[in-house]
Design a protein around this ligand. Sequence first.
Ligand code: C2E
Ligand code: CA
Ligand code: CA
Length: 754
Amino acid sequence: MEAFVHPPRQTADDGESGLRRAAGLATMVQRVAVAANEAASLEEAAAAALAAVSDFTGWPVGRLHLVDGAGALRPTSVWHPAVSVESAVDSTVDSAVDAAHPGADIDLAPVLTFPVLVGTEEVGALEFFGAGQLDDAAELDAVLGILGAQLGRVVERERAAVASRRNEELNREIIATAHDSFISLDASGRVTEWNRQAETQFGWTREDVLGEVLADLIIPPEDREAHTRGIQRYLEAGHATNDGHAPNCIGSVLGQRVELEAVDRSGRRFPIEMTAWAVHDGDHVVFHAFIQDITLRKAVERDLEHRSMHDPLTGLANRGLLIDRLSAALEQTGATGTPLALLFVDLDRFKNVNDSLGHDAGDRVLVAVADRVAGALREDDTLARLSGDEFVVLRPATATPEEAVELANRILAQLEEPFLVRDTEAYVSASIGIALASDATVSAEKLLADADLAMYRAKERGKGVLELFDVALRIRLTDRIETERELRRGIEDGELVAYYQPLIDLGSRRVVGVEALVRWQHPRRGLLLPDSFIPMAEETGLVNRVGDWMLREACRQMKQWQAELADPPSWVAVNLSVRQVERPGLVDTVTGLLAEYGLEPGQLLLEITESAIMRDAQAGIERLWRLRELGVRISIDDFGTGYSSLNRLRRLPVDSLKVDRSFVADMFVSTGGTALVEAVITMSHSFGLRVVAEGVETVEQLRELFRLGCDEVQGYLLSRPIPPERLGALCGPVLAAEVDQQLNGERPRQPAPS
Ligand code: C2E
Ligand code: CA
Ligand code: CA
């Protein structure tokens, strides 16, 4: 709204009154300025301004109008002169005049109105009433803009105050409901603010802590002094400092997000994240901090870190963590000279567990193995799982190599008892390679590789054994390739030899069959046992050539015995490797040989290891069925070392079951050993299978096996494997009489199946 000045009243003008008027004008502006500065509200300032303008102009009445929410200008009860509160609402120009000039009768009309402005925004107006026109309106006109703007400043100030009040309320609300603790401190370190979350987090109520020294409440005792010193140093320096020694003090953490430790009322310590800052207000400093309990986050972080360093299945250290620890242990060894030992533990034929029982069961066995191995360890040992069935033990300080060997033996002992998986007892043995280091010249990776090599050598020597790494080992491994070439040549040159070990039927006491066992008559190394070349041949596939040779040789020999001996064995047993069973030509090969040597199918027995037959090779099993239907005998070898589901066993094309010699060896050694053999015999008989015990070395074992109803026995007690020409001497009444005498009136408790 433009200032509207009614036509001025004509008055005489002289120099003196001009000066007086200029002074009056200045006084008026001054009064309004002071009122605008000091008034608490626009109403208060407007009342002063109305009075000042009235005094200057002589207009008797003025009134404040304010712009309402809809933008319309509305009269207020702020009058000059002031009217009583009671009459303010319905007051009129007349009542205002009456208040100022009681009894006077003055006829008034609006003479001037000017706006109250905040910037260009009109927020109100002052209206004046007078009896006549002002004669020097031009002067007044010049200052009306100033007056309006000065009153506008009051509105601005009011608005700012409201806004800041709202802000403050909002801040309070935010602080009160924050998920973080909010704490304020004064310069002496005393608490001035403590929100609800702080109450929950630290267990102290606001009332408890206001005015208390924060350090005594939530800072761990050992950090308190540093905290107090930190505040002190901050106040002296006037800015954040970092003395590097005391991370847990406010002086060094201001303006940063830091992780610290805090304690609550109960004394519980927990990790926190704190963001602290200082606010300066004149000479005062206030410290504020948001604090978050990061126990959970820390736990998740630890979990993630743990995952990255551990094997998820067993929870053991993984390769990365092992290498870390090994490197650290090697450094330690370099410093102290105390040797360390690394044991590479590889489970024997573990693939069979997975193949026959499934991966879930395999996983469970691995977890159980980890548990048992851990049971043999010391606190400071590290047990890691590298992959599949490979475990590694690091013993950081090992007094002697013997101690490492003893540890390996303890681990092997831990694995002796079977693992019970899905009602099946799974036997797990391991081969262990040991590498020792007594200085830091070897790298972690290299030492691990050494232990791995030693483990391979242990495997070569047979399962369930341990081996110390030595330099000669690496040379031996390169020898392997040489050995393979040698074996090929040896087969060509006819260096394979067949030995035979008799099997005695405990009912008739007769040599009912013989098992063909291969030997290698090496030109330089002498007569080699199968364990020194069969595993290698299995790996390279050469075992097929060995097997082919043995099948033919056994058939040929059988034919020869039938021609030569009065009481030849009823059948000859030949060991088949998995690879042979998996070959499609097996049935043709066997039928071809039987025909070639004129043998009855029942005069050949094929021994297949339990783990081989339990592999899910359906084709292989069908092949065995076809052979069995032809009349060829089939026996499960090394029974008890694989992981047969017994129920599945009865659906396999099998005539007999050969209990592994470790069971026989165990009979009088471990408690329950005899009961176990008895259970196998009972179960096999219920399936209609004959039971053979191998590895019978003592009379005691022989008698017990007989008593338990075992059908056939084989072992050093009766005869070692022998060259074929010596069999004749055993196949007569001599061996039978010997067995008779050894059994010495023993009677079987169970009859054999007919
Ligand atoms: P196997 O099939 O379990 O053969 C029985 C092994 O036990 C033979 O070892 C035999 O000498 C040994 N043995 C017999 N009685 C006793 C005893 O009372 N005490 C002890 N401690 N041992 C006894 P060998 O001849 O060294 O054969 C070892 C393994 O080599 C055989 O175990 C078999 O798995 C494998 N093998 C032997 N010949 C052949 C073959 O022609 N083909 C295949 N694929 N593997 C064969
Ligand atoms: Ca065998
Ligand atoms: Ca066997």
